[in-house]
Write a protein that binds this ligand. Structure first.
Ligand SMILES: C[S@@+](CC[C@H](N)C(=O)[O-])C[C@H]1O[C@@H](n2cnc3c(N)ncnc32)[C@H](O)[C@@H]1O
Length: 546
C-alpha cells in the first residue's frame, strides 16, 4: 500500500520512472494486488513501453476476473433498468449457477431478482447515477476494470495492433482526454461501447475459445532501441571479470587454439546496445579442416515431428530399419523421451523437473505450424524459464547465457508479435510460475526472445519444416563473415581453410548461402541479427567465386 501511494505521488509529478519502480517494489511484496498492476500499466504507457503496459493490464484483469468469477457485477441506475432486466432474463433462461452481487444497486427489486436466479457470466452495466457512493468498493472494482481495459486498448493502439474485434479501441482513443486525466468520467453512450468491448475482450481471454490463438496472431510495431534501461544484466556483460572468465573457458575448450577478443565493428554497421562486442581469434596457426573446438550445446529443442532425444536432440530412429529405441521418462504421464537414462538424468537436473508430465501442446501447436525456424524459439524460452525456476534466479542471470548478445533493431523499431504475450503466459502456466512473479516479468521474456534469435543454430527437416535448434554458450561468441574461415558441423567448429595466428575466426550465419543474393543476405542480417555486414564481399558486391 505504501509503495502504491509513493508510486501514485510520483505519477502526479509525472515522474513515471520512480512510479514504475515503486509499483514494481510493491509487487514484490504484494504480487496479487490488481491496483499495483493497473497503476504500473499506466506508468509503462507513459514511459513508452506499451507492450509491458498491455501485459500488466492483462494481469490486473486476471486478478479482477478471479473476483468476477465469484461475483457478478451489476451496476445500474434508472437509465439501465431495462438492460438489467434483460441480463436477469438471459441468466434465468441459461440457468447458470450461484453468484453474489457486489454492486451498489439502488433498485432493490432487480438486485433481489439477480440474487435469486444466479448467473456466472460477466455483465457490467455501468451507471452514471450520481447518487452512488464514490467510495463504494464495488464501484472502485468496476472502475478499475474499465481502466485496465482502457489501458489495454491504448497499448494496442500504441503498438499499432488493429483488428476488427478490437475496433472499439478506436472509440477509446476518441476518449484520449480521459486517460490523460487518468479519470473515467464517461458518458452513458461511451459506457455502452466500453461494455461491448469488455465482453469481447472477456471472450478473447477465455482459453476454451477456439479463436484464442488466432486472436493473438497479430503483429504490431514497437520501439526497441536499447532494450530496457533497468536491465542490469547488460551492465554486467561489459565487466572485465566476465571477459576473463569467458576467455579462459574458450581457451580450455579449444585446447588453446582459440581465444576471446574485443572487436570493434564499424559503428554504422551495428545497432547493438552492447558497448563491447566480443569475437574469437586464433591463438596459433591452424591448418585447413582441423577442428578448432567442440562444444556440447547448452540447450537443444526440437519440433517432435521426428523422434529425437529431448535432451541432446539425437535422432532416435534407426534409418536402416526405422526402429525407434528410447528411454522414457519413468514418471507416469510424462511423454519426454531420451537416448538413455544419462540424458534423462542430465535433463532432470537442468530443466526437466518443472516440465515433467506437463502438456506443452499449446506451444507445440505454434512451433509446428511455423514456417521459419524462428518458431522453434518458443521451446527455448520454455526451457530457459524452467532452468531459471530450478535455479531460483531470473532467466537473464543464467550463467551459460547471460553474456549472449541481444538483438537490437537497426532503426530502433521492431515488429511486435502479439503471440509473444500468449506464449509467455502459456510458458508460465506450464511451468507453474505465478504470472504475478516479477522475477519472470514480461520484459525478461522479451529479452530472451532477442537473445535467442541471434544466437542459435537451427535446421529444417527433409520436408523443409523447422525441425531442431541448438544454442551454444561459447560458439555463440563467433562472429559472422560472408567469406568465413570456419564452419559448424556436428557441434564442431572446423577450419574451412588455413587460419593464421591472431586472425579472427568467423562463420557464415546463413550457412550455405547459395539461395541469397547480396541484397537478401544483407536484409537477413539486418532483420535477424541487427547488423549490416561490411565484409569485403558485401562491400564489393562480389560472390565468393569471383
Ligand atoms: C552470435 S553473436 C557473435 C558474438 C558477439 N559479437 C558478442 O559480442 O557476443 C552475433 C552478434 O554479433 C554481432 N556481429 C557478428 N558478426 C558481425 C558482423 N560481421 N558485423 C557486425 N556485427 C556482427 C551482431 O551484433 C550479432 O547480432
Amino acid at each position: 500500500m505504501e509503495k502504491r501511494l509513493k508510486g501514485n505521488r510520483a505519477m502526479k509529478k509525472c515522474d513515471y520512472k520512480t512510479a514504475r519502480e515503486e509499483y514494481t517494489e510493491g509487487l514484490l511484496e504484494t504480487p496479487e494486488d490488481p491496483a499495483l498492476w493497473c497503476n504500473r500499466s499506466l506508468a509503462f504507457l507513459k514511459e513508452g513501453y506499451p507492450e509491458l503496459a498491455l501485459m500488466d493490464a492483462s494481469r490486473a484483469i486476471l486478478l479482477l476476473e478471479k473476483k468476477m468469477n465469484e461475483t457478478i457485477t451489476v451496476l445500474t441506475g434508472n437509465s439501465y433498468k431495462s438492460r438489467a432486466n434483460e441480463t436477469i432474463n438471459e441468466a434465468k433462461s441459461s440457468g447458470k449457477g450461484e453468484f453474489k452481487i457486489i454492486s451498489f444497486l439502488k433498485d432493490s427489486d432487480n438486485t433481489q431478482k439477480l440474487v435469486e436466479i444466479g448467473k456466472e457470466k460477466l455483465s457490467c452495466i455501468l451507471s452514471q447515477n450520481k447518487n452512488c457512493k464514490d467510495n463504494d468498493d464495488s464501484e472502485k472494482f468496476v472502475r478499475m476494470l474499465f481502466k485496465v481495459f482502457y489501458r489495454q486498448a491504448v497499448a494496442f493502439s500504441k503498438l499499432e495492433i488493429w483488428h476488427k474485434s478490437i475496433e472499439s479501441c478506436k472509440t477509446f482513443l476518441n476518449m484520449q482526454k480521459h486517460i490523460e486525466k487518468d479519470s473515467i468520467e464517461i458518458s452513458n453512450t461511451d459506457c455502452l461501447q466500453l461494455l461491448s468491448h469488455c465482453e469481447k475482450k472477456h471472450a478473447a481471454f477465455t482459453k476454451e475459445d477456439p479463436e484464442y490463438f488466432k486472436f493473438y496472431q497479430y503483429y504490431g510495431v514497437m520501439n526497441y532501441k536499447m532494450g530496457y534501461p533497468w536491465d542490469c544484466t547488460q551492465i554486467n556483460r561489459d565487466s572485465e571479470e566476465l571477459f576473463e572468465d569467458l576467455k579462459m573457458q574458450l581457451e580450455v575448450l579449444s585446447d588453446t587454439k582459440l581465444s576471446l577478443t574485443q572487436v570493434e565493428f564499424d559503428k554504422s554497421s551495428n545497432s547493438s546496445s552492447m558497448k563491447i562486442q566480443y569475437g574469437v581469434e586464433a591463438l596459433r596457426d591452424i591448418s585447413a579442416k582441423s577442428i578448432l573446438m567442440e562444444e556440447t550445446p547448452f540447450l537443444n529443442v526440437h519440433n517432435r515431428f521426428i523422434s529425437r532425444c529431448d535432451y541432446c536432440n539425437l535422432l532416435l530412429i534407426d534409418p536402416k530399419d526405422n526402429t525407434i529405441e528410447f528411454y522414457e521418462c519413468p514418471e507416469t504421464g510424462c511423454k519426454e523421451v531420451y537416448c538413455d537414462s544419462e540424458c534423462w538424468q542430465l535433463a532432470s537436473n537442468e530443466f526437466h523437473k518443472p516440465l515433467c508430465g506437463k502438456d506443452i501442446t499449446p506451444i507445440l501447436e505454434i512451433t509446428q505450424s511455423g514456417e521459419a525456424t524462428g518458431s522453434l524459439n518458443f521451446l527455448f524460452f520454455l526451457k530457459i524459464f524452467a532452468i531459471a525456476k530450478i535455479r531460483g534466479i531470473c532467466p537473464l542471470d543464467i550463467d551459460e547465457l547471460k553474456h549472449l548478445v541481444r538483438y537490437r533493431p537497426i532503426h530502433g523499431k521492431i515488429l511486435y508479435q502479439h503471440i509473444w504475450s500468449s506464449m509467455y503466459m502459456c510458458t508460465l502456466e506450464i511451468l507453474g510460475i505465478s504470472p504475478f512473479d516479477v522475477r519472470f516479468d514480461f520484459w525478461v521474456y522479451l529479452e530472451c526472445i532477442h537473445m535467442i534469435r541471434c544466437n542459435v543454430f537451427a535446421a529444417t527437416d527433409d520436408q523443409g519444416r523447422p525441425d531442431c535448434a541448438s544454442c551454444y554458450s561459447l560458439i555463440s561468441l563467433v562472429n559472422h563473415d560472408c567469406n568465413p574461415n570456419a564452419f559448424m558441423i556436428d557441434h564442431e567448429l572446423t577450419a574451412a581453410r588455413e587460419i593464421k595466428k591472431g586472425e579472427p575466426v568467423t562463420i557464415s550465419y546463413i550457412g550455405d548461402d547459395d539461395n541469397y543474393d547480396n541484397c537478401s543476405r544483407q536484409s537477413h542480417f539486418a532483420d535477424v541479427f541487427g547488423f549490416i555486414c561490411k565484409c569485403n564481399r558485401c562491400e564489393q558486391h562480389v560472390t565468393v567465386d569471383e
